[in-house]
Structures are given as structure tokens and as C-alpha cells.
Design a protein around this ligand. Structure first.
Ligand code: GAF
Length: 393
């Protein structure tokens, strides 16, 4: 059964009615630019074919009920009580099951953004084929699908950038994960065959054709099966280090530092904070260099930048994991043009840029390397840049 059908059946099972519609939004991989988003820097993600579906029916009262194929019980609350649930206190867990906070948080953030709009009650059923905990942004996919549905059903008229901002607010303030805006923008602005170059300070975007297909290349996702979560320790700690580094440099954010500032940074702070700063500063430059390489030379020219990005995350930002390093090193040793971990880190997935004719060799080698190391078998599949949210039915 497709995830779209699963969402529809879950909704009709819960309500006895057909949905008004089914909306979907994609997950993403990030080609390059990691942890730069909350430093007001640059990122270059693309939406993937894996999507989350929200089947939605209007109710004749003012309640919201949400169900998901990955939860036992629906969660139901009056819409006007969402303000009592959110925002979730920093370092606390949401007062509702975490999966439902993504959905309820969108309804809350939309109502807060347009307080005078009529917002009738809704039943929402969620199903997804975006792997959860794999660093492919299943959360932004839920947020994008629900935000698109409610934007249309409530007649709010918000544009994709505004919906991405709503998604980020839900994630930060309802779920309590201190993330940047990359994932929501990547999902909302997804386009076939192009990555989204995003300036996270201005929210200006540019579609950058990747040229993977024409160059005979594939992007393999190597899902390590090591689950991660951004509402927990490491991600928040990295964010705090970046803020400390910017404060010690006397700048608003690390976006305002460049490679020529690094000697001064080395003098101004402890060694660990300096390495965190160096990752962000060099990663921002790598994003710009990747955009230039893709535009001027094509995708075969970006391999070294991907490899340098991984080394920086492994050694300076220290967010890799043994499984991610084995995935990257093995892919490169067996013919990948470039490879790096993608997403927040501490688990999740790596990507490898490989020519069609070495896909099997790389897949087999990584699978074997995981077995040799005693790791859980990875899940390896190809992705290509894909469309953003749409109404499916
Ligand atoms: C996660 C976050 F949600 C993003 O905002 C971003 O910081 C990413 O980690 C790291 O680049 O996906």
C-alpha cells in the first residue's frame, strides 16, 4: 500500500468520511552546508522522492484530531487550547506525544501567524515513506504536508517561504528542537533536477541545476540505521558553541566571519570552540564553491568539496559517527566521486556521488564493510532532486 493510500485509509477509518484532500511534502538530503543554517550562512539541499502524506477532513466543531500510522492512538484537542500546550519550555518535552507536536505545532503556528482567520476544526491522518531518524528530514516533510493542507483548507494564502517559517516555528517551539530553517525550506521549495541554494540570513534562494542525470551520476543515500534526534544534547551544544564563538569575535553570527578571520579566532577562544567556528566558516565557503563548481564545471567537479566537508564535520565539528565514517571511506575507496554525512549528524545518513556503473560496487562494498565492522546492515538507495509539496487528491 502506498503512503498516500495509508493516510486516506487511516482517515476514513477514524472518521467514517472521505478526506477533503491529501497533501504531501518531501524529505531532503543536504548536498553541502551543514550546521550553517542557524549561523545565518549558506546551504545547498535538495528535496527527495520520499514523501509524507496528510489526509485531512474538516470537522463541524473547533477541535483538531491527529492520527499517524506510526502511533497507536490519535491525539485530540480543542484548537483554542493549543496556546496552553505551546510553546514548549526550553529543555522540556512537549505536553503531547512528540510525533503529534509536529502536526499540532503547525496548527498552533498558523493560527498565531494569522490570528483573525477562521480556522475550523480538522481531522488529520499522517503516513510517510520518509525514513524516520535517518537524517532525511521526516519532520520537515510532516510539517510541509500539514502546513500546505491547512494553508489551503483555512484559506490563509501563505507562500512557501512563509510556510517554511511556520514549520520551523513548530519544530523549535512546539517540538522543542533548536534547529535552523534549512529542512523546511528544502522541502517547501523542492524542484526536480535542482538543488536549492539558500542564504539563511535573507532567505533568498536560487535553484541550482545539479546535472546529475546528464553526467551519468547518482546520489546514493547510505542510511546507517543509527537513529538521531535534534531535540537532544549534541545538536544544541554545537549551536551554543557557535553562538559563543560569534560573541567572542564580536560579530552577530558566524556568517560574518571569513577564512581570513580564523587566525584571530584561534587567539580569541579555546581550542574546541575554535574548531567549531572553523567548521562553520570553511563550510560556508565550501557551499559557495560547490554552487560555482556545479554552475561552471558540472557535478563531477564537486567531489573534493564533499570530502572536505565530511572531514570538517568529523574532525572539527565532531558530529560524525563510526558508521558514517565507514560509509564515506568505503564509498570513496570503491569509486565514489565524493561522499559525506548529511543532516544534523550523530547518526543518520551519508550521501555518495557515484557514476551509474559503480553503484552496485559501492553498494556491495559498503554493505560488506558494515558487516565486517559488526554494524547493523545499512539501507542504501538512490535519490534524485524532486518536487516540493503538492495536493495529491
Ligand atoms: C538538522 C536541522 F534540522 C537543520 O536545521 C540543520 O541545522 C541540519 O541539521 C544541519 O545542517 O537537519
Amino acid at each position: 500500500m502506498t503512503a498516500s493510500t495509508a493516510a486516506r485509509e487511516l482517515l476514513t477509518g477514524m472518521t467514517g468520511r472521505e478526506p477533503e484532500g491529501i497533501w504531501s511534502a518531501p524529505g531532503r538530503v543536504n548536498l553541502i552546508g551543514e550546521h550553517t543554517d542557524y549561523n545565518e550562512g549558506f546551504v545547498l539541499p535538495f528535496a527527495i522522492p520520499h514523501r509524507t502524506y496528510a489526509a485531512v477532513a474538516l470537522r463541524d466543531d473547533d477541535r483538531i484530531r491527529v492520527a499517524s500510522t506510526f502511533a497507536d492512538e490519535p491525539v485530540e484537542v480543542p484548537l483554542n487550547e493549543l496556546d496552553e500546550l505551546f510553546p514548549t519550555a526550553p529543555d522540556a518535552s512537549p505536553a503531547v506525544p512528540e510525533w503529534s507536536a509536529y502536526v499540532l505545532g503547525i496548527a498552533w503556528a498558523l493560527r498565531a501567524r494569522q490570528p483573525d482567520a477562521p480556522t475550523p476544526g480538522v481531522d488529520i491522518a499522517i503516513a510517510s515513506d520518509v525514513p524516520v531518524g535517518a537524517g532525511l528530514s521526516s519532520s520537515a516533510a510532516i510539517e510541509g504536508a500539514v502546513a500546505s493542507a491547512l494553508n489551503e483548507l483555512w484559506g490563509l494564502g501563505l507562500d512557501p517561504v512563509a510556510l517554511a517559517q511556520v514549520g520551523r516555528r513548530a519544530e523549535n517551539e512546539a517540538v522543542g528542537a533548536p534547529t535552523g530553517i534549512m529542512d523546511q525550506m528544502a522541502s517547501m521549495l523542492g524542484r526536480p533536477d535542482a538543488a536549492t541554494f539558500l542564504d539563511c540570513r535573507t532567505l533568498e534562494t536560487r535553484s541550482i541545476p545539479t546535472g546529475f542525470t546528464a553526467a551519468g551520476l547518482e546520489v546514493l543515500v547510505i542510511d546507517t540505521q543509527v537513529s538521531h534526534a535534534h531535540s537532544t544534547g549534541g545538536y544544541r551544544e554545537r549551536r551554543e558553541s557557535c553562538e559563543r564563538g560569534a560573541a567572542l569575535l564580536g560579530i552577530r553570527s558566524l556568517r560574518d566571519a571569513s577564512i581570513s578571520d580564523l587566525p584571530r579566532a584561534a587567539e580569541a577562544m579555546d581550542e574546541v570552540t575554535f574548531r567549531r567556528v572553523r567548521h562553520i566558516v570553511t563550510e560556508n565557503q565550501r557551499v559557495l564553491d560547490t554552487v560555482a563548481a556545479l554552475t561552471e564545471q558540472g557535478p563531477r567537479a564537486i567531489g573534493e568539496l564533499l570530502v572536505a566537508s565530511h572531514a570538517s564535520m568529523r574532525d572539527d565539528f565532531e558530529i560524525s559517527a563510526p558508521e558514517l565514517d565507514v560509509a564515506v571511506d568505503t564509498a570513496l575507496a570503491h569509486g565514489a566521486i565524493g561522499a559525506r554525512m548529511t543532516g544534523g549528524g550523530f547518526g543518520g545518513a551519508a550521501i555518495a556521488l557515484v557514476a551509474h556503473d559503480v553503484v552496485d560496487r559501492v553498494t556491495d562494498a559498503v554493505t560488506q564493510a558494515f558487516a565486517d565492522a559488526g554494524f547493523t546492515a545499512p539501507h542504501i538507495f538512490a535519490v534524485s532532486p524532486s518536487a516540493g509539496p503538492h495536493r495529491d487528491a
